[in-house]
Design a protein around this ligand. Sequence first.
Ligand SMILES: NC(=O)c1ccc[n+]([C@@H]2O[C@H](COP(=O)([O-])OP(=O)(O)OC[C@H]3O[C@@H](n4cnc5c(N)ncnc54)[C@H](OP(=O)(O)O)[C@@H]3O)[C@@H](O)[C@H]2O)c1
Length: 204
Amino acid sequence: MSKKIILVTGASSGFGRLSAEALARAGHTVYASMRDTKGRNAPHVKAIGQLAKEQGIDLRTVELDVQSQDSVDKGVAHLIAESDRIDVLVHNAGHMVFGPAEAFTPEQFAELYDVNVLSTQRVNRTLLPHFRRQKQGLLVWVSSSSSAGGTPPYLAPYFAAKAAMDARTTSRIRESLPTRRSLPNMRPVPMRALGSRCKRRSLR
Ligand SMILES: NC(=O)c1ccc[n+]([C@@H]2O[C@H](COP(=O)([O-])OP(=O)(O)OC[C@H]3O[C@@H](n4cnc5c(N)ncnc54)[C@H](OP(=O)(O)O)[C@@H]3O)[C@@H](O)[C@H]2O)c1
């Protein structure tokens, strides 16, 4: 594959971070995007900068909070201004929660839906016009094996959100078929990625 410009969301930790580093090592220009780059995630920005220097790879960081349209717009605008194009978008940002379904408030369900589902819509609506302008682009969705069946207990809010993302992606793929754009949907099996954070709740 020729050198691509790749944007990975939620690349401060876990699969996002691992993917960003691996893709940069493979010779691509990779934007490891994350929120709060000047605060909580500042150490990750520094570590990524050091890694890029030591290994001579083109791995960059950019501020992009997938739950803020303003942040998404600014992050994508920064990337386009710097690299002029975007070839691949990896929808990785997301959060898992653990606990009995009843323990979660509707607001907590909505928050999980926002980060796992609505976030992809924010990024798509900003970025897809660039794919159209370029007449090409690749969208990669990090879904969950839960969407393919299997519903163990204590993961209801997370699995429901991932299933929503998956259904939405499947429709999106069908919408794209006439243009033959490729939209892979990856469904990782459960695993604890490096630095993974998972919120837990229990019944009172
Ligand atoms: N681990 C598994 O078993 C598994 C299985 C199937 C699918 N997945 C999916 O894989 C993806 C990555 O998960 P992971 O396991 O690697 O967990 P993780 O380490 O917790 O990674 C989640 C990433 O998303 C980021 N994120 C959360 N909210 C964000 C926001 N508003 N804006 C930007 N970034 C945000 C987090 O950044 P902060 O550090 O700023 O919070 C973090 O870097 C998720 O979509 C998850 O659903 C995981």
